[in-house]
Design a protein around this ligand. Structure first.
Ligand code: COA
Length: 291
């Protein structure tokens, strides 16, 4: 199946480089994860998408098959529940007999200052992002060892510095980055690679809708992103293709930041210090905030 020219920015990669290979992705139903799996499928991979929303997953799997011509199955599971993740892996093996690539993309995010973050709220994000990654790695590793495959963790850049309202996510993503490095070191001698992609502000994603104030593409983004635009989900899809491809066969334990240069000049997208001194003032700025 040739690369869909409606997505010209993927055409720099050879068609069908992942033919006969299988990607297992948590969080592939929507947003960045959806584009990542679609891009890998456009280059030949079959896929298993994993998430909590069974109906949404089935719809996404059907749409992915239609747009790429490759096979995609939906496996409903909560990454926090190890038994469910193991069952999803069993389903993948039953369908395809192998897993080559694993994308740990399931994540939870919302804005909350630590003073208003309940224990359950903090634990919930740690459980989804960090424990979810651990559960996914544990369940898939025997199969990834067999194929000498690779892991890709969708992380973030916000934990490189202190970002207001992101204590839970910063802690969770820092742990994900650490896990990836250890996997790279422990599994490298068996031919397994592990890398992180760290997206910056990506347009039309759940995370950006929640974290970046409304109307910021003309106002804030040109001041906080050197490349002066939001990223697109395809920018992360292309990073995934590279990191799973033979072109990255000597790349492991690395973090590929895809953020238009944002982290080098990062301030905060919320007014500072007003937003931390008066969380109420942030309510009207951000979609999905229930501070
Ligand atoms: N501010 C503060 N606390 C919040 C919150 C917010 N905006 N959203 C959720 N929480 C708290 C809940 O109040 C609850 O804590 P409590 O029991 O002390 O009240 C805890 O987090 C768990 O939330 P709940 O919604 O019950 O958990 P869940 O497992 O069903 O879902 C999320 C967790 C993170 C997925 C959910 O909050 C969510 O839908 N977030 C937005 C979508 C998202 O994160 N997408 C990924 C973007 S990267």
């Amino acid at each position: 199946m040739p690369v869909n020219k409606a997505h010209p920015s993927t055409s720099v990669f050879k068609d069908n480089i992942f033919n006969g290979q299988v990607v297992f992705i948590t969080g592939g139903r929507s947003g960045i994860g959806y584009t990542v799996v679609e891009t890998l499928m456009r280059h030949g991979a079959d896929a298993v998408i994993v998430g909590r929303d069974a109906k949404g997953l089935a719809e996404s799997a059907a749409a992915l098959q239609k747009s790429t011509g490759k096979r995609c199955i939906a496996a409903s599971a909560d990454v926090r529940k190890v038994d469910q993740i193991r069952a999803a892996v069993d389903k993948a093996i039953e369908a395809f007999g192998r897993i080559d690539f694993v994308v740990c993309g399931a994540a939870g995010n919302f804005l909350a200052p630590i003073s208003a973050l309940s224990e359950n709220a903090f634990r919930t994000v740690i459980e989804i992002d960090t424990l979810g990654t651990y559960n996914t790695v544990k369940a898939t590793l025997p199969h990834v060892r067999k194929t000498q495959g690779a892991y890709l963790h969708i992380s973030a850049t916000l934990h490189y510095r202190g970002v207001p309202y992101q204590a839970h996510v910063g802690a969770a993503k820092a742990a994900v980055d650490a896990l990836s490095q250890v996997i790279a070191v422990e599994e490298g001698p068996r031919g397994v690679r592990s890398n992180v992609v760290a997206p910056g502000p990506i347009a039309n994603t759940e995370g950006t809708l929640r974290l970046v104030p409304k109307g910021s593409e003309t106002d804030i983004i040109p001041r906080i992103v050197p490349l002066a635009r939001f990223g697109e989900t395809i920018d992360i899809g292309n990073a995934a293709v590279y990191l799973f491809s033979p072109a990255a066969s000597y790349v492991s334990g690395s973090v590929l930041v895809v953020d238009g240069g944002e982290m080098h000049i990062r301030g905060t997208s919320l007014p500072y210090p007003e937003s931390v001194l008066d969380p109420e003032s942030t309510k009207k700025l951000v979609v999905g905030s229930k501070l």
